[in-house]
Design a protein around this ligand. Structure first.
Ligand code: GLU
Length: 475
């Protein structure tokens, strides 16, 4: 059975790259009816952030990535929090010491700092303690770390995105497995846990690709099966640089606060680095689960395009079920429109297809409570073939029609009557409709048509606004 795990470090926010990793892990497992685990990687005590684990739970919940095993759910491999598994790592590190694949290192910090670094990525450890008999130092109670003994030769591993990769072991450092404080490094804990938790596919950021040979050597030293690796490329900004909180790039929470919908964010990030192989752009989580294939993962970095996400957000509002949108938009609508007797359901319908964010609503509806001051040139519209003179005549006609019209005021009926009226008067539809739109909204664009506006305002207010238009045009 396929088993994947999301292994975030509790940093207090959810980087969208991490969320995308979680999504792909979920999809890889769920596509095959497998299990998706949550493991908290909190062995870096310096990075501890209060409440950070809750951010992880809440995010996963919000985006519907339900884990099957984890710290809050349990499972046969627990605890799923690395700081609570301390003893396990030490036990396994000692096994490696026994087989000669790891060793105690007693080098002081000062000594280590004096060593030149081999390169940006490779530490500078000179393997000083490799051949040392540790018994005397251990007896004296000297502090130590446990290091991996990298053998000579070459290491080849396979990644499902990047293919076979071979490195000279010379390029690998005798990395620390257990730190001076007794906690494991990520580099060690991930291998032990992924094995013990029976993870079949290790999915993570490409920044870990260069460490994969060291992990392979650990799996080999233990005699464990190496999991399938899936390294995901970076998400970069429009400038090509890797996204990061430090750079001020948006995390999941930031995007939510800006008004993006969780489902739009997930849909968008699913396509950052993965392609379904066709032109489909909209996916629910279950559609993604069906469509997802590791073969569609990209090798090159994907650029985060906030404009595209904004467009997608608007599309999600358009697609949203009417009642759900109404419920979501109602507080904003009530804040934006104070006028009595307004049909908020109708308003919700009107704005639903015209926004990217809920926060766009107030500006769209800012003409309802109070007719804005406007200039009569708003009545001039080439395409509608209308100008000030035509508008004046049209409004006079429509006022008479409106004053005589009985309740109920209903959009389809009014629209039909207005077009009939236009025909009777020898006018184009636009020559009747545009002046109404202008008179009722006082704006160059309104979020709905003439008849909808008339229904929205009802007879009295519609007539009042049109009379105001006549007054302005007649001056
Ligand atoms: N704790 C690591 C991180 O947050 C996880 C890497 C992995 O998935 O192995 O980057």
């Amino acid at each position: 059975m396929i088993r994947t795990r999301f292994a975030p470090s509790p940093t207090g926010y959810m980087h969208i790259g991490n969320l995308r990793t979680a999504l792909y892990e979920y999809l890889i497992a769920k596509r095959e009816g497998g299990k998706f685990l949550l493991r908290i990687e909190d062995t870096d005590a310096e990075r501890f952030v209060e409440g950070a684990v809750d951010v992880i739970y809440n995010t996963l919940k919000m985006v519907n990535l339900k884990h099957d095993e984890g710290p809050d759910i349990g499972g046969p491999y627990g605890p799923y929090v690395q700081s609570e598994r301390k003893d396990i790592y030490v036990e396994y590190a000692k096994k490696l010491i026994d087989t000669g694949a790891a060793y105690y290192c007693f080098c002081s910090k000062a000594r280590l700092e004096s060593l030149p670094k081999k390169s940006e990525d490779i530490g500078g450890y000179d393997n000083h303690c490799r051949g040392l008999d540790p018994s005397e130092n251990l007896r004296k109670g000297l502090g130590y770390v446990i290091r991996q003994m990298i053998p000579e030769g070459q290491t080849t591993f396979n990644d499902l995105v990047f293919g076979d990769i071979t490195v000279d072991n010379e390029e690998l450092d005798d990395q620390i497995l257990i730190k001076g404080d007794g906690l494991p490094t990520y580099n060690f804990a991930n291998v032990v846990d992924d094995h013990l938790m029976e993870i079949t596919h290790v999915v993570r950021g490409v920044e870990y690709l260069s460490s994969a040979p060291k992990y392979n050597l650990l799996y080999e030293a233990f005699g464990w099966e190496v999991p399938a690796y899936v390294h995901l490329t970076h998400i970069v900004g429009q400038d090509g640089a890797k996204l990061s909180k430090r750079r001020g790039d948006a995390s999941f929470e930031d995007l939510l606060a800006l008004g993006y919908l969780p489902e739009a964010i997930m849909n968008y990030i699913a396509l950052l680095g993965w392609s379904p192989g066709d032109t489909r752009e909209f996916f629910t989580l279950s559609e993604l689960t069906e469509a997802f294939d590791i073969k569609g993962l990209s090798k090159s970095p994907s650029a985060f395009d906030i404009t595209k996400l904004t467009w997608m957000n608007g599309e999600y509002f358009k697609k949203m079920e009417g009642d759900k949108f109404y419920e979501m938009a109602l507080p904003v609508l009530k804040e934006a429109v104070k006028k009595e007797g307004v049909d908020f359901k109708a308003l919700a319908e009107i704005v639903k297809t015209r926004i990217s964010f809920l926060k766009d609503i107030p500006e769209l509806l800012d003409f309802i409570d109070c007719l804005p001051e406007y200039e009569t040139d708003l009545y001039i519209h080439k395409k509608m073939k209308t100008d000030e003179a035509i508008s004046l005549e049209s409004l006079r006609t429509v006022i008479i029609y409106a004053e005589n019209r009985q309740e109920p005021w209903e959009n389809d009926a009014i629209f039909a009557e207005l077009t009939e009226l236009a025909e009777k008067e020898g006018l184009k539809n636009g020559q009747i409709l545009w002046p109404i739109r202008t008179a009722l909204s006082g704006k160059p664009t309104s979020p709905c048509g003439a008849s909808e506006l008339m229904v929205l305002f009802g007879k009295d207010e519609s007539v009042r606004r049109m009379k105001k238009g006549v007054e302005l045009l007649g001056k």
